[in-house]
Design a protein around this ligand. Structure first.
Ligand code: PLP
Length: 428
């Protein structure tokens, strides 16, 4: 048993933490076995409690786009910590990171920082409702926008993996204001607008979906949503918690050339500390307290350590114009290598990729929405996951997750991974 210490730690954790984890996607429920406990990480590698080194394709579910323990981020946090860790009063660094984020992302004038992606999406929807004075929202099946009540309706990876796409505890009153649409299906969206005239405050979408595997928007899908929103005085919210500062400096808005009304961030923007943010043009953001009537707050929002980490991360990305291309090239290389290894072994599969997000589906047809993502063969995935783990490759323990490529990965690491996939594929 190579995971002796991890398993012992998991036993202790389960006594005092529900399921032994503080976020359910960390458990290995979907693939079987005990989760691996991490001791430390550096660059592209995790070092676990049993002394093994793993090549990491989760990267804290996205934030570590430049690798673990990235020195500029670590230095910034250490230096800040020595000057006090929280004041509940304004600090200069909040303006610095806000100005940098606003300069990098199109169509936003102001940004407010919160502590998680969940908070960002929850606040964005409240703001949209306050701004439009309407109550309903549209979300897409398989998209995840955090665990706030309105979003736990067909909520993608985590919720689906654990068999509760619609969570108990969400009231019917709340659920009825969330209208569900199919990803990449504009007719479906149009029908919802017809059935709910002048009632829809916002459409919220992962503009490149990452929580049912990676699913790109079909050609013209996002621009059609933009038109529908404009025609109905509805706000378009891009949840860029996963894609923001990952697919391009300006995220999906820049990559696909479609403007959102409100954008939410998380993951990369915090450089590995707990940070989320939401942003929009002045007209909308000025509706927030203390300027406007929509209330939103946070004792630790804009926390100096979190802002220092986020600022160091955004600076690094902003100062390196090649980084997003380099990441996309590494991801393409991995894509081609995995594809060849699977084809050579006769394994039925579909690989989706956008920039540095990639997912491998053991499904025969194109994966374009939640339904087609769910066609994947879970038994094959389980064997694939555990096989790769044996080879020292760590991917997410669920068939509904995207792999996150970090710039710390070398082509040697990618070749090691491709060879591992080839070896495992021969056993599937
Ligand atoms: C991770 C994620 C969230 C939630 O962010 P948390 O920081 O986990 O609360 C929201 N939306 C998307 C698209 C995400 O990937």
């Amino acid at each position: 048993m190579i995971y002796k210490r991890s398993s012992a730690l998991f036993t202790e954790a389960q006594k005092v933490i529900p399921g032994g984890v503080n976020s359910p996607v960390r458990a290995f429920k979907a693939v079987g076995g005990d989760p691996i406990f991490v001791k430390s990480a550096k660059g592209a590698y995790l070092y676990d409690e049993d002394g093994r080194k793993l090549i990491d394709y989760i990267n804290s579910w996205g934030p570590m786009i430049l690798g673990h323990a990235y020195p500029p981020v670590v230095d910034a946090v250490v230096q800040k910590a020595q000057k006090g860790t929280s004041f509940g009063m304004p600090t200069e660094i909040e303006t610095e990171i806000a100005a940098l984020a606003v300069s990098m992302v199109p169509n936003i004038d102001k940004i407010r920082f919160v502590n998680s992606g969940t908070e960002a999406c929850m606040s964005a929807v409240r703001l949209a409702r306050g701004f439009t004075r309407r109550e309903k929202i549209i979300k897409f099946a398989g998209c995840y926008h955090g665990h706030s009540d309105s979003f736990l309706i067909q909520a993608g990876s985590g919720a689906v993996t654990f068999g509760s796409p619609n969570s108990p505890g969400v009231t019917e009153g709340t659920a009825k204001d969330t209208l569900l649409a199919n990803y990449n299906d504009t007719e479906n969206v149009e029908a919802l607008f017809k059935a709910n005239p002048n009632e829809i405050a916002a459409i919220i979408i992962e503009p490149v979906a990452g929580n049912m595997g990676c699913i790109p928007p079909a050609e013209g899908f996002l621009s059609r949503l933009r038109e529908i929103c404009d025609a109905n005085n509805t706000l378009l919210i891009f949840d860029e918690v996963m894609t923001g500062f990952r697919l391009a400096k300006g995220g999906v808005q820049e990559l696909y050339g479609v403007a959102a009304d409100i954008v939410t961030f998380g993951k990369v923007i915090g450089g590995g500390l707990p940070v989320g943010a939401f942003a929009a043009r002045n007209e909308i953001m000025n509706h927030l307290a203390p300027l406007g009537p929509v209330y939103q707050a946070g004792t630790l929002s804009g926390n100096p350590l979190a802002m220092a980490a986020g600022l160091a991360m955004l600076k690094a990305l902003n100062d390196d114009p090649e980084v997003f291309d380099r990441l996309a090239q590494k991801t393409e290389y991995l894509h081609k290598g995995i594809q060849k290894a699977l084809i050579d072994n006769g394994i039925v599969h579909t690989i989706n990729r956008v920039g540095s997000m990639i997912s491998v589906h053991f499904a025969p047809d194109a994966v374009v929405n939640f339904k087609t993502a769910a066609h994947g063969d879970n038994d094959t995935f389980k064997k694939f996951f555990h096989g790769l783990l044996e080879e020292g490759i760590y991917i997410a323990p669920s068939a509904y997750e995207t792999w996150f490529i970090t710039d710390a990965l070398t082509y040697e690491d990618l070749d090691t991974t491709i060879n591992a996939v080839r070896k495992v594929a021969s056993t599937l």
